[in-house]
Design a protein around this ligand. Sequence first.
Ligand code: DAH
Length: 341
Amino acid sequence: MATDLDHIYAESLTNLSLAGNTAELEAWYRETLSRKGRVYLLTRQMGQLEREARPAFGKRLNEIKQDLQEAYDGRLAEIKTAEMQAELNVDAIDVTLPGRPQLRGGLHIITQTLRDIYRIFGDMGFQIYRSPDVETDEYNFELLNFPPYHPAREMQDSFYTTQPDVILRTQTSPGQIRAMREYYPEPIRIIVPGMCYRNEQVTSRSEIQFTQVEGLAVGHNITFADLKGTLTEFARRLFGEARQTRFRASYFPFTEPSAEMDVSCFLCEGEGCQVCKYTGWLEILGSGMVHPNVLRNGGYNPQKYFGFAFGMGPERIAMLKYGIDDIRQFWANDMRFLQQF
Ligand code: DAH
C-alpha cells in the first residue's frame, strides 16, 4: 500500500514537471489532486487497510497531498511567468519609445485680440452686434453716404458676386445701418466685429480678407467729447494706463467731423522708433460723429439724435502689440507662427 502511495507520488511529480502550459497543468490537477484525481482516490483505499496501518498511511497521504499542492502552486507560478514573458516578447511594449505628443489647441491671435476688445467695450456698456458678411451695394456704400463716384465702389476694390449688387462687405460699417434700423428709437451702444473683404493686391501690409471692429453710439446727448473719452479709455485699457491719445482731422463719408486716433508709441514711449516711424505715435482707428445722412438712413432724426462711430483693424492692433511685420501671417495657417501666441 505504502509503495503504491510513493509510486503515485513520484509519478505525479514527474508528470507535473512535464506540464508545459496552463492547460496541461489544469489537466494534471484534475487527474491528480481533484476530487476525482488519483491522490484523492487513495483516501478511499484507507478503509481496506489494517487498523494499525491506517494512521501512518493517512499521515503519509496528507504529506503527499500537501507536497503535491505546493509543487503545483510553484509550477503554476513558473508557467504563468513564462507565458507572460512569451506574450511580452511577441507583443512587446518598448518603454523607451518617446510618447506621442498631444497637440494642445489655442486661440488664434486675432480671436484673442477680438476678445480683449470685446471685454473693454463690454465693460463700457457696448453690446456685440452681428451683421452679415455678404452685403448689398446699398448697405455697404449708399446708405453710408458714399457718393456714387467714390473709388471704393469700383469693381476692382470690392468682391462682387454673380448676383447684381451683392458684394462681400468691404467694411463693418453697414452694421451701423442694420443696427439703427433694428433698434430705432432706442439709444444704441454696439460694436460690430467681423471679417471684411477687399479685392486688393496682397502685400505685407494689405490682405484681401481681414477683421474689423466697428463701433456705434447713438443717443440724444452724444458729443465729440464722448467719442474722445470712450476711445481714449479704450486705448489705455488695451495698451496701458500711460498711453496718450491724439485725434487728427480726417475724412470718412459716413462721419462729420471725422478723426483718426493715434496712441503714443508703447514701444519707445514716444521717443521715436522704427515702428512709429520716429513720430512717437501709432495710428489705431478711424472715428467721427455719425453723419446726419447716415442717421437719417438708419431711421433716426438727426435733429434729435447724435452719434459717434469708429472702426479699427484687429490685425493692425496685433501687429503693433506683438511686433508682427507681415499681415499675411494671420490667415496663412502656418502653425509655427500661430503657436507663438
Ligand atoms: N469703415 C472704415 C474703413 O473701413 C473705418 C471706419 C472709420 C469706421 C471711421 C468708422 C469710422 O465707423 O467712424 O476704413
